[in-house]
Each structure stands twice: as C-alpha cells, then as structure tokens.
Design a protein around this ligand. Structure first.
Ligand code: FAD
Length: 402
C-alpha cells in the first residue's frame, strides 16, 4: 500500500460511494460531497447488475455489506440481458448477456437502486456531506481545493468527480465535453407496479424473466423488470447488518412506457397531485388491445412512484493529460441505459481507481493507470449503447410497409 491519501469525492451516487468504501478498505481517507440533502430524488428503481459491477462491490465493500447486497439482489438470474415480446406475449427476440461470465450459486442479478445506495452509505458516517454541491476546484501544488456552493472549501490530495452526467468537476476539467440529448423512443415515464406474492405465482413467466420489452411494433412500448429479492430487504438487514439504515422495499415491477398519443408529458417539476394518475390512465388507453397481463402491470402502477425522465449521453472523450483531478461513472461516460451498463461501469471505475491508488506511492501515475483502463473497458460499451439497433436485440423493428 502506498502513502495514506485524503481523497475529495464530488457526488454521492453509486460510483462515488463505492469509491469511498474502496478507499477506506485500502487504508485511505475520503470525504464525499453530495448535492442532494436526501435520497429522495427519483432517478429509477431497479438496476440490472452484472459481474463487472458486482465484483467491484465485492472488492470495495466490507464483507458483511457485500453479503447484504447479494441477499437483497433479485432471486433469479435472467435468461438473457433483455427479451422482446409482442403485445400478446409472443417472444420476438432477445439480447444476450454482455460482460464477463456471471455464474455460480448466487450470480449478480438486479437490485433496488435505493437499497444499494443505502448499503453503499453504510458506516461512511460523517465522511458523507449531504446538501453540499461542488461548484469548482483549484489545484495548488500537490494539493486540490474543492469549492462548495455555500462558499466553503476543503483540501485533499486528489479530487474525483463522480457527480453524474452534468458534472461540475468535468465542466472545469474537460470543458469541451458536450452532453447529447438522446430520447429513447417509447420511454418517457417510469414507475413501480405492485407485485404481490400471489400475483408472482400466476403472472406469465416471461414477464418475470428479467428486463422485458413489450411492443406492438408501432408506437406502443412497455419496458418491465421484476424486483423480488433473494431475501426480503428488512429481514436481510436484521440478520446481516442491523446497524445500517435501510428502508423496507416491497416486491415490485419496474415499468417504463409512454402515455397515449396526443397526451403530452409535462415537465416533472410542474406535476400536480393528479398528473401521475392521469398519465397512468393515458398509458392504459395506449395499451387498450394488449394482453390482460400487460395491462395489469399498468393498472397496478402506484402513481406516487411515477416520474418522467429525459435521457442524455456523452461521446467518448479523447485522452487527456492525467492530473490530481479525475472523473468516474456518468461524469465521464454517461450512456443510454439500454444495455444496463452505466451503474456497473461506475462501480467498476470505483474499484479500479481504489486498487490503482493502493498499488503505488505516485497518485498521478495511479490516476493515469485508472484512466487508461477505464477508456479500454468503457468506450466500446458507450458506442454500443449509442447504437439504436442494439436496443432490444432488434425485435423492436416495425413491420415493413406494404
Ligand atoms: C431509468 C434508468 C435506468 C437505468 N438502469 C440501469 C441498469 O439497469 N443497470 C446499470 O448498470 N445502469 C443503469 N442506469 C444507469 C445508471 O443509473 C448510471 O449509469 C449510474 O447511476 C451512474 O452512477 P454515478 O455514480 O456515476 O452517477 P449518479 O448515480 O448520477 O450519481 C451522481 C451523484 O452526484 C450528485 N451530484 C450531481 N452534481 C453534483 C455536484 N455539483 N456536487 C455534488 N454532487 C453532485 C448527484 O446528486 C448524484 O447523487 C440506468 C439509468 C436510468 C436513468
């Protein structure tokens, strides 16, 4: 292990918190500055996990918190990464698993995003500062000083921008990088639909497979993913890590889709109490002739969980000169979520950087090694995720016109 470092981390999302855990495990100290004052921002529910992300968690988390992650992961691995079905449940195509082998008695499956974030926050205590947006930084010799929104500053040996697609650290470090608006056809609304145990026993098995996209091959689309953990979240926490605050989670089906044609989705900030219910009813209108099991998923949407989202992505950035300020996760490689890779890669970045910093006394050389590795494993995935034909394995193509 090299010299003990004090690392400043901008952003307490999945990548930033995983890095904080990894740095502690490898003997460094850190402080995380998170813009939000709580975990309530709606950014999504179920996360597809693969061996890249899962093994990064194994490397960074204390063993009992890794066990808690595994036990609160989904029970069954999906057959494929994604399955495309038509509106009557007939399978059209599938997209194979991407990434390293993911087998064994408890392969990496899918998690609840909030539960994973709470596990990653576990025992970080006052190293995490909530409501502390980073607005910039200064490099002063071999130190970095981070500037916070309230005018205060803090110094460390390194700064890691893990502050998401609109990263304030990237805006200063790589100001030429452009965020590309990239809507996904048919996916404007996200919500959770209830999934009680008796329903799980009778719902058509294809809907419980993993990430499922149903299409009428015109404008109608529903994206679904079941979350039913190996062990109920409350029970797993009580048995494995009772000192960690974790909210209870009922089993659910994550749902993405659109309202009926002609119904506009208002900006999320303008939603009233009635908006989500109206949009859910409009989603039902959009799927009027669909199989009852698919309509049932929409009917059971909890309006309180609905939100709208506008997607963006980055293109790979040409190599830059390494310094004491680096970037990880969406801050440097935000991609569309269609391949289920963004969070897995943010976690992998965290483990790669934590390991690199543990292996040398030269932090800038460690950052250079991390950045070179990250470009090699992430850039091909960014390019694949930007290719619309890779979404859903091709089964989304509309029938040829007569
Ligand atoms: C609907 C949806 C579904 C997805 N599904 C999957 C999936 O199944 N599998 C998968 O691997 N990926 C998935 N992704 C992608 C995944 O969510 C992201 O790639 C992942 O969250 C990136 O982690 P991150 O830590 O880099 O960034 P984020 O999770 O965005 O975290 C960044 C953090 O920084 C904070 N922040 C922002 N600005 C500042 C600032 N100036 N100062 C301090 N803090 C700041 C934010 O509040 C946030 O907490 C999905 C994304 C979406 C939108």
């Amino acid at each position: 292990m090299g010299r003990r470092l004090h690392v400043l981390i901008a952003g307490g999302g999945l990548g930033g918190l995983c890095l904080a855990q990894g740095l502690r495990r490898f003997g460094h100290s850190c402080v995380v500055f998170e813009r939000d004052s709580d975990l309530d921002r709606k950014v999504g529910y179920r996360l597809h996990m693969n061996a890249d992300g899962g093994e990064a968690l194994r490397a960074c988390l204390p063993p009992d918190l890794f066990e808690l992650y595994l036990e609160t992961s989904r029970k069954t691995p999906p057959r494929q990464h994604a399955v495309v079905i038509d509106d009557q449940l007939n399978e059209l195509s599938s997209m194979p698993h991407i990434g390293p082998p993911n087998q064994g008695p408890r392969p990496h499956t899918a998690v609840d995003r909030r539960t994973l974030r709470q596990i990653l926050l576990g025992r970080l205590g006052d190293a995490v500062h909530l409501g502390a947006a980073v607005v910039g930084y200064e490099e002063i010799g071999d130190r970095v000083r981070v500037l916070l929104v309230d005018g205060s500053t803090e110094e460390g040996d390194l700064l890691v921008g893990a502050d998401g697609i609109r990263s304030a650290v990237r805006a200063q470090r790589l100001p030429e990088t452009v965020i590309i608006d990239a809507a996904i056809q048919g996916l404007g609304l996200y919500a959770r639909s209830s999934l009680p145990a008796d329903l799980q026993a009778e719902i058509p098995p294809v809907l419980m497979d993993g990430f499922v996209i149903a299409t009428d091959r015109r404008d109608g689309l529903l994206a679904m993913g079941a979350y039913n953990p190996r062990r109920p979240v409350t029970e797993a926490r009580a048995a494995i890590a009772p000192d960690i605050p974790i909210d209870p989670v009922d089993d659910y089906m994550m749902v993405g889709g659109n309202p009926a044609e002609g119904t506009a989705i208002p900006p999320f900030a303008e939603w009233t109490d009635a908006t989500a219910t109206e949009l859910r009813d409009s989603m039902l209108d959009a799927h009027s002739g669909w199989h009852p099991a698919l309509r049932g998923v929409v009917e059971r949407i909890d309006p309180a969980t609905m939100f709208s989202i506008s997607f963006g992505r980055l293109d790979p950035t040409s190599a830059w000169v390494p310094s004491r300020v680096t970037l990880l996760g969406d801050a440097i490689h935000a991609m569309l979520p269609t391949l289920g890779q963004g969070a897995n890669m943010a976690l992998r970045d965290a483990a790669t950087l934590a390991r690199a910093l543990a292996e040398t006394n030269d932090p800038v050389a460690a950052i250079a090694a991390y950045e070179a590795a990250m470009r090699d494993y992430v850039y091909p995935l960014m390019e694949a995720a930007a290719d619309p034909s890779s979404f859903g394995g091709g089964g989304l193509a509309r029938p040829a016109a007569d």
